[in-house]
Design a protein around this ligand. Sequence first.
Ligand code: SF4
Length: 358
Amino acid sequence: MIYIHVPFCKSFCTYCDFFREIPGEGAFDTYTRMVCQEIKSRCNEMDDSLHTLYFGGGTPSVLPLSNLTKILLALEECGHGGPYTEFTMEVNPEDVVEKGLPYLQSLRMLGCNRISIGIQSLDDDLLRWMNRRHNAERAREAVRLAREAEFLNVSVDLIFGLSNLSDEVWERTIDDTLELKPEHISCYQLTVEGDSVLAHRLEAGEYEEASDEQCARQYNILCHKLHAAGYNHYEISNFAKPGFEAKHNGGYWQRKPYVGLGPSAHSFSGRGRSWNSQEIADYTRTEESLSVEDEIMETLMLSLRTARGADAEFLEANCQPGAIQRLTGEGALVKVGKRYRIPESKFFVSDQIIRELV
Ligand code: SF4
C-alpha cells in the first residue's frame, strides 16, 4: 500500500486545516524531486500483498501530468510500478472540468482505475460558503467526464452536519448524488478543525455548530437513502455498491502496513508509525514505535468502525470486564459468528461505545 500526499490546493476550504499550500514558482518540480528521492530511499519498505496506490491531498489533480508521470516512473524503477490492484486519484471537480477529457484519459493510460471526486455538496450556496472552487453543475460535469473517460470506479465525497445545511437540502443532495450513480460514496460529518477559517468564525461568534440531534438525523437520512439505493454501509463513513469497497482504505482499517510518501504523509510499518514533516523542499521523517496498549487500542477502534467488526476472542481478551455483555444487552454490540460489530443503527455513536469498551 503506497500513499502519496500532494500538498497543493488552489484555494483553501472554510473547514480545512490540513497541511496544504498554494503552489508557487517551481513548487511542483521541487516536490516531485523530493518524492522521487524518497521512493528510492524507501523502496525496500514497499513490499505488500495489496499493491494499491493512492494519491491524496491537498488536491492531487493540481499536479501536472508530467510530474505525476515522473513519480510513477520512480516507483516502476524501484520495482513497485503498476498495474496496481487499485490506483486511486483524488480530484477536484473544477480541475477535472478545466483540464477536460484528455486529462482523465491520460490518468487512465497511466494506470489510474479509481477516481475520487471531492463533490462535498450539490448546493451552490453551501459550496460557496465552503469556499469550494466548483459549483453543482461543474461537479456533475466532472462525473460525466469521468464516465466518458471510462472510469468504472467513481467515488464521491459528501459533507453533512453543517448548521446551515437543512434536512431538505441534505435530502436533495443525496438524491442528486444518487442520480450520478457513483460506485462509492464517502460521507463525513463536518468537524471544526483547529486552525481553519471556520474555527475562527466560531470563535468570533459568526458560526454556530450543528446540534448532535441534527447530525444524527442527517446521518440517518443518509444511511436510509443509500441502503435503499443498494449501497453497502461497510464503514462508518463509507458506502459502496457490492464489490466496490475501497481496497486501499480497507487496508488501513485492517492495520496493514503502508508507506506514505511526500510532505506530512504518515506511514505504518506494522510495528510502528512514522510521519514526514511539512516542508515541501526538505521534509524529514520521525518514527515512533507503538506500545502493546496502543496496538490494542488501534485494532479495536479501526475494526469496530467497519461492518465486519472485531474478532470476538480479541475483544473478550482486551475489553473492560462486563462491558461487552452490557453493550450487547443494550443492542450497542452484536455478535455475528466469531466477530462483534456495532450495528448500523449505532454507528453514529460508535466513539462512545468504543470508549465504554476500553
Ligand atoms: S479540503 Fe481539500 S481542497 Fe479544500 S483546502 Fe483542504 S485539502 Fe485543499
